[in-house]
Design a protein around this ligand. Structure first.
Ligand code: ZN
Ligand code: ZN
Ligand code: FE
Length: 759
């Protein structure tokens, strides 16, 4: 007879860990106890040596479906004999904590939802021990109903019976409820006071008739309309002032996805998995999805319903014929945080829709949908949020203490580090105005409460006027500042649990450089101690200030003036780059440096190339021109090896030579697709050559920055580096764009406070 104490770390709260452990114990005649201690589940297992061993294997290999075990700690203990195996109620402790992300509705709940004989038939809030909201309803840990927004809904006797009975699917399911005791859906500010069934039927009617509905889900509101109805989608675009940025789609089921998209097995697993992110899939030629849903885009972003109320929008017993594919875009003002309560919705999205279907279960923390692309059969995250945040990354290197990193200015997320665990937050959004900044501060505070940690330091960007930096300053904590592109590389290192030196290639939009100019095409030698700028793309004049990021042709003109001198005017005219006024105006601005800044931004280089090739002269959202350039290159089917000029000029990557080549070849009438491909090819060569030349014996390279969302650029850079004997670190579960930098900042902060260097 032995007794072992087993500590199980990971996602073990709110996933039915304790009942599963109790079942395993019963199957082997093990006695002892299991309790939920916040940071971990603690098990005492008493029995014959062999059985205890088998029990430990069972816990490890057959945990509940949604659990993620990161670590198990087993010690032999000398304790008195147990009479049985019991589940001990939650005790409140502190330490390393794992908060479960929200979990999409499971198959069992989905079939109960549409089972007329089930008492939760058509209940918009059905959930169980292994599905339902988690992070978004949580006030504090341990995860118990009392500490969630479900505490306003006392369980009815029937629900309580299930909740306390280990034999049911809802044992210990904190958000458990039913038609009698659960929250309720209703139409917001409705003269006829429609709620429950009536509210759902009314909403369905609006959508079926080509209207737009706002629907409150798990992490915030969505705007929904029929994605097969071009007029409905166009109207949503007009109302939302969003001319061309693709909308996410929600399809009724897998069958509908197959009708519209090509899908690989690994993508299907994620489409149907329990996180339900938006995944980017190639659109079929005969897809019926309205052109307006994703104009000029070969890809569409699809997800399946994950909140029961979304399933009810597709299927209900009211006889209304519903479309099987809906636009399901975040309910917010462009770029700003998603609306999470009725007041937000009234203020911000009421004008965009014909009806608001809301409910009275409060959302504590907003969570936008995650967006996932794929690279080489692996996830390649574009936006990490609902379903993933705040799962931590565990660093092998041991750190002590706690910091909070406030991230960047666009696509903001923040990250809390506690010892060797880094918890990146859900997506907050753009911080261009006060609402974004307030959302950041409010969410950050809530996360610190949940994680029960008090950081000593705040980490932020070098940029003097970022709102994220202001939020960090207002925290009252000691500040640590990190250069933007270095933080990108650090985030890639953190995700790969790599803490040795690397050569970082940071290809990005814009970020504040240590010399006060705009950086964005950087070769950085990086360690956790700091970085050296070893190379960068040829600096150019970023003309037109802020509008240049929308109007790539302005940068193209400026580059061509530098490259061609007196011949520039003719070239610009022939290339159709003069969009308004006369060449003279641009030339004067360029020569006198009116409203200009020096820049090495790779994002703007893409915009300029896109304009020179006549693909996009300007753009309505960030990355539009660059993405269109990538799509054009993907259409090229000719010979993929190009004669490439020497692109290394000291510590400058001679990107001007690529731009000259593009302009000259375009004017010769060479195929735009070929030139688009050549641009990617040469740029990848250029940055890789520089990385090789400046490697100082380092054999690991890390690729990060928003431009590495471009998979063609990623593939070509990776190939070039591998051919030069490099090991290449890439992103996967953390976005290469600014949504990822908080993780890098946090790693830097933790290293700094553990070394106590000049802070
Ligand atoms: Zn379920
Ligand atoms: Zn009930
Ligand atoms: Fe960036």
């Amino acid at each position: 007879m032995v007794t072992k104490r087993i500590k199980v770390y990971g996602i073990v709260q709110g996933v039915g860990m304790r009942p599963t452990v109790a079942r395993h114990a019963a199957s082997l005649g093990i006695k002892g106890s299991v309790s939920n201690l916040g940071p971990y589940v603690e098990i005492y297992a008493q029995g014959e040596d062999q059985n205890v061993g088998r029990f430990i294997d069972l816990v490890k290999n057959e945990p509940p479906k949604r659990a993620a075990i990161l670590k198990m700690d087993v010690k032999e203990k000398d304790v008195p004999e147990y009479k049985d195996f019991s589940i001990i109620e939650s005790a409140k402790t502190s330490g390393e904590i794992f908060v479960s992300p929200d979990i999409a509705i499971c198959d069992e709940c989905l079939s109960e939802l549409f089972d007329r004989n089930n008492r939760r038939y058509l209940h918009p809030f059905i959930n169980c021990t292994c599905c339902g909201p988690r992070l978004t309803i949580l006030d504090a840990l341990p995860y118990d109903r009392e500490r969630t927004s479900m505490k306003e809904f006392p369980m009815c006797p029937e629900c309580a019976k299930e909740y306390y009975d280990p034999a049911t699917r809802r044992y210990d399911a904190q958000p458990v409820c039913c038609n009698d005791c659960g929250p309720e859906v209703f139409i917001l500010d409705d003269a006829e006071n429609r709620k429950g069934r009536e509210a759902i039927t009314y909403t369905r009617k609006v959508i079926a008739n080509g209207g737009i509905a706002a629907i409150k889900g798990i992490g915030g509101f969505h705007l929904a309309c029929n994605a097969y109805d071009n007029d409905a989608v166009r109207r949503l675009r007009e109302l939302k002032h969003r001319p061309s940025k693709p909308f996410a789609l929600m399809m009724r089921d897998e069958e509908e996805v197959l009708k519209n998209c090509y899908i690989e097995d690994y993508q299907r697993d994620i489409l149907k998995g329990h996180q339900k992110p938006i995944i980017l899939l190639k659109r079929k030629e005969d897809s019926l999805v309205a052109e307006q849903a994703a104009p000029d885009n070969p890809m569409i972003g699809c997800m399946l319903p994950y909140a029961p109320v979304q399933s009810l929008i597709f299927d209900y017993d009211d006889g209304i014929e519903m479309p099987r594919c809906l636009v399901m875009t975040s309910g917010n003002l462009s770029g700003l945080p998603i609306c999470r309560n009725d007041d937000d919705a009234r203020r911000e999205i009421k004008e965009y829709c014909d009806v608001i279907l809301t409910h009275n279960r409060k959302i504590r923390l907003r969570a936008d949908d995650s967006v996932m692309d794929f690279y080489d059969g692996r996830p390649y995250m574009i936006r990490r949020s609902r379903g993933y945040a705040p799962l931590p990354f565990m660093m092998t290197r041991s750190f002590k203490g706690s910091v909070i990193a406030y991230g960047g200015e666009l696509k903001n997320t923040f990250c809390v580090a506690v010892n060797s665990l880094m918890y990146p937050s859900s997506y907050i959004g753009d911080l261009t105005d006060l609402k974004g900044k307030n959302a950041l501060k409010e969410s950050a505070e809530r996360m610190l409460t949940l994680l029960e940690t008090k950081p000593t330091h705040a980490v932020c960007d070098l940029h003097p006027s970022y709102n994220s930096s202001a939020a960090a300053e207002e925290s009252g904590l000691k500040l640590i500042r990190v250069q933007h592109h270095y933080a990108h590389i650090l985030s890639c290192m953190a995700e790969n649990d790599h803490t040795d030196e690397v050569i970082g290639i940071s290809l990005d939009g814009t970020g504040y450089g240590t010399d006060g100019t705009i950086w964005g095409g950087e070769i950085l030698k990086c360690s956790l101690d700091g970085f050296e700028r070893k190379g960068h793309i040829r600096p150019f004049l970023h003309t037109g200030g802020d509008i240049a990021s929308r109007e790539g042709y302005r940068i193209a003109i400026s580059m061509l003036i530098d490259i061609f001198g007196d011949e520039a005017e003719d070239k610009c005219n022939e290339l159709g780059l003069i969009r308004q006024g006369a060449f003279r105006t641009y030339k004067t601005m360029h020569d006198k440096k009116i409203n200009t800044a020096v820049s090495t931004s790779c994002g703007r280089l893409f915009d300029a190339a896109s304009a020179i090739l006549g693909i996009r002269y300007e753009q309505s959202f960030e990355g539009e021109a660059a993405t269109a350039l990538e799509f054009k290159a993907m259409e090229y089917e000719g010979d993929k090896v190009f004669e490439c000029m020497d692109l290394t000029d000291g510590d400058v990557i001679a990107t001007d030579r690529i731009i000259r080549y593009l302009a000259e070849e375009k004017l010769k009438g060479i195929d735009t697709r070929k030139l688009a491909y050549a641009f990617h090819y040469m740029l990848a060569k250029g940055v890789a050559q520089m990385a090789v030349a400046k490697s100082d014996g380092i054999k690991t390279a890390a690729l990060s920055g928003g431009c590495y969302q471009n998979k063609l650029l990623t593939r070509l850079t990776e190939k070039e580096l591998k051919e030069n004997g490099f090991n290449v670190l890439l992103h996967s579960m953390v976005p290469p764009n600014d949504g990822g930098i908080a993780l890098g900042q946090a790693l830097y902060g933790m290293h700094k406070i553990n070394n106590q260097e000049d802070i």
